[in-house]
Write a protein that binds this ligand. Structure first.
Ligand code: 5GP
Ligand code: ZN
Length: 112
């Protein structure tokens, strides 16, 4: 499968890692939209929130369990925003489930 985030997860494409274990990887976004912009992905390929189900949702709960530590390790101290884009209307560009952690500065009040 030609998935850029699967390639990042298996080390084929390098990334600036914040956190990694056997299930998930967190790395800095290549095109940051905030002072700190980290992406968190499951190593298992799930295309988006729309394909989360009983069998794979443990990845999502595990990611949220780890987000506070990942945000701290990325240097975020005063709050953050977690975003996931799903499908065409949300402008999802990489079709591998990922959560954006944005912070390190005061973010705009509205996201659209
Ligand atoms: P989406 O628009 O799908 O929610 O977000 C995809 C994100 O992945 C974008 O913010 C984009 O900058 C980031 N991205 C795309 N390709 C790469 C890459 O090769 N390396 C890293 N670190 N980030 C990437
Ligand atoms: Zn993938």
């Amino acid at each position: 499968m030609d998935c850029i985030f699967c390639k990042i997860a298996n080390g084929e494409i390098p990334s600036n890692k914040v956190y990694e274990d056997d299930k998930i990887l967190a790395f800095h976004d290549i095109n940051p939209e905030a002072k700190v912009h980290v992406l968190v992905i499951p190593k298992e390929h799930i295309c988006c929130v729309d394909k989360v189900n009983k069998e794979n949702s443990h990845n999502v709960s595990y990611i949220f369990e780890k987000i506070p530590q990942i945000a701290r390790d990325a240097g975020i101290t005063n709050g953050y925003r977690v975003i996931t884009n799903c499908g065409e209307d949300a402008c999802q560009t990489v079709k591998h489930l990922h959560f954006h952690i944005l912070g390190g500065e005061k973010l705009p009040e509205h996201i659209r």
